[in-house]
Ligand binder design. Structure first.
Ligand code: GDP
Length: 210
């Protein structure tokens, strides 16, 4: 069994719900890059699965394995034939062995560089913790791969408006140093629905027109 896999999940919009079909592929068998693609990246436990579920209206999508010792996957979600969402394995393990971190980095770099259909990466940041070193690392990797990326704060329900505004300002100042960063920061909560409509609107601007 290879260590790193890609799975493909086709979603069909039926009566307001998405039906998902899942197939696991190897990295060189990614689905053809025919639709605009948005990727979701973030530290493990940032709330990525919860956000993807909130955006797609599903409770229990297949999720990527974050554990470095386990098979890591990129999940592809085809949303109604207009847009593909991809879910990258989480990063930022303090105790991950170097070999595993290197494998993760190579895997993600290959994906970021080799996907002509990739329109944007959403880099998820826990609103309670702000930017960590591993977030800076992936932002730098995206700058180098010329992948446009946007910061999405998660768990905004856990932070009061004042500190949330201060965090946005601090991150904005940081983004000015990154060439591929989109300037607008979105704050979300999968628990109370904050910002979900804004993320959906950003996605639908990038989707293939109906
Ligand atoms: P992932 O590892 O990035 O996919 O993160 P998960 O979606 O599994 O969430 C990690 C933890 O954060 C879980 O305990 C979730 O219940 C919690 N969580 C996720 N989203 C939110 C949110 O919007 N608000 C709060 N308060 N907790 C959240």
């Amino acid at each position: 069994m290879p260590d790193l896999l890609v799975s493909f999940i086709a979603a069909q919009h039926i009566d307001g719900l998405y039906a998902f079909l899942r197939g696991v592929l190897e990295l060189d068998q990614m689905p053809p890059p025919t639709l605009p693609e948005i990727t979701f990246a973030g530290r493990s436990n940032v709330g990525k699965s919860s956000l993807i579920n909130a955006l797609t209206g599903r409770k229990t999508l297949a999720r990527t394995s974050d554990t470095p010792g386990r098979t890591q996957e990129i999940n592809f979600f085809d949303l109604g034939g207009r847009l593909v969402l991809t879910d990258l394995p989480g990063y930022g393990f303090a105790k991950a062995p170097k070999g595993k971190v290197d494998a993760w980095t190579d895997f993600i770099r290959l994906y970021l560089k080799g996907r002509p259909s990739l329109r944007r990466a959403l880099v998820l940041i826990d609103a309670r913790h702000g930017l960590k070193d591993s977030d800076h690392d992936i932002m730098t990797m995206m700058d180098k791969s010329a992948v446009n990326y946007q910061i999405v704060l998660t768990k905004a329900d856990k932070v009061k408006p004042g500190p949330l505004a201060a965090l946005k300002e601090q991150i904005s100042a940081e983004l000015a140093k990154h060439v591929a960063a989109h300037p607008e920061i979105l704050a979300t909560s999968s628990f109370d629905g904050t910002g979900i409509a804004e993320v959906r609107a950003a996605l639908s601007e990038l989707a293939r027109p109906e």
